[in-house]
Ligand binder design. Sequence first.
Ligand code: GDP
Ligand code: IMO
Ligand code: MG
Length: 467
Amino acid sequence: MTVTIVGAQLGDEGKGGIVDVYGDDADVVARYQGGDNAGHTVVHGGEEYKLSLVPSGAVRGKVGVLGNGCVVNPATLFEELDALRQRGLDPDVRVARRAHVIFPYHRVLDGIEEEAKSDTDDEVGTTGRGIGPTYEDKAGRRGLRIGDLADPEVLRDRLEYTVPLKRALAEDVFGVSVSDAGGDSEGDVDEAFDVDALFEEYREYGRRLREEGMLVDAGDFLADRIDEGANVMFEGAQGTIIDIDHGNYPYVTSSNPTAGGACTGTGLAPGVVGDGEVVGIVKAYLSRVGSGPMPTELGGVPGDTPGYDGDPDDPRTESEKLAARIREAGGEYGTVTGRPRRVGWLDVPMLRHAARASGFTGLAVNHVDTLAGLEEVTVGHSYTLDGEEVLTMPAPTERWAACEPNLRTFDGWPEFDGAAVAAEGYGSLPQNARAYLEYLEDELDTPVYAVGVGPGREETVVREHLF
Ligand code: GDP
Ligand code: IMO
Ligand code: MG
């Protein structure tokens, strides 16, 4: 059977931790979209693992698959694998031949376009990993697939077609000399547009992928495992509101984190995914990286929150102080940049939208410990838009930005020992925390399967075993 893990909000809901908890009973953990823009944290035995590309199940020794819906930077992949090996793990990761390859020029172009948009404050705040430009090339039928790396002739032909186009885009459209573009951490920027250099480097990745037996046809590979009775977990990256179709376009990533992506991004039929569990991962409040609206935001982060120029390190208003407190308690700082993340109250219309888009069969609600100790916990229950109450997110992003949240307040709960509560079970959560969770169950008509009460594996209250 299958279990699909989907971020219900804006990413960073704690998907990695939940994959780790439930992954115990999985045989295979497959990513179906995104690339090294993800940052999934697994805390185990006092060790913290931050994975951007390798599926989180690797920490438990599960077979990991990067499905055809992923975009793969081979440099990151091998770096991560080598780092895990140095820490004593033995990751077994397969990559779909149909997954697309992120090249250095994609990363450079990601930076160039963000820079160009920043003149008018229109930048998305991407992770700079070349995700958007790679999916653009996939849709534009000029991308290279992982399987192509193992075929030097195809690799060279495609690079000879694509690279001059990319150089012209940078230089003639954006007016940026690629020698001055900078911002690519993988080495010399000129080399990012040098067919010969790219050919040599990527042919070598192709050789390594083939020699290490990592190349698979993901749909066949996974279908065979399922036929053999294996349990397969699909690990979504990002979240519903940054889904390119169901999110707040254009402040989105370029793939489908929603459950449909698990079919198109692995090569398995909708019935296979639909037969299994689809678990929506919810953070008990909200965090956001990058720009775009956020109706329940508390305080703000300059550069990301539209029109905000306060200082997150010097909170003055009540709302800024609450934001600072939640940010501190929840560790809401970018994993790579250390920049403060935007935080806000739980947005329930957003969750209704997410539950419908993916058909959640259950929820995992994380960071219930982070809110402990607050006198009151607030949620955005609905919005007011043009004088009317609306219960779900309107589609145009500008309309969503115009929504005023109608807040609902719950009595807070005291701090508690997460590991002890997880060991004793759901009934030992503070009563007000349970009331909060039961409100969510009612509103989304979906049971809460698990509750995160701390970052560690043993700090998760598991109500339902999934496989
Ligand atoms: P992902 O991208 O959805 O996998 O989430 P991230 O790993 O980017 O961010 C979640 C952060 O919160 C990580 O540092 C986790 O270790 C941590 N975390 C996850 N669940 C909980 C929880 O229930 N309580 C607390 N305090 N931290 C959690
Ligand atoms: P995980 O899997 C949070 C955001 C970026 C930016 C937008 C587009 O850890 O939850 P991209 O680089 O994908 O083109 O950026 O999406 N973003 C994320 N935010 N968590 C993530 O992943 C994210 N991946 C991308 O900040 O606003
Ligand atoms: Mg993350």
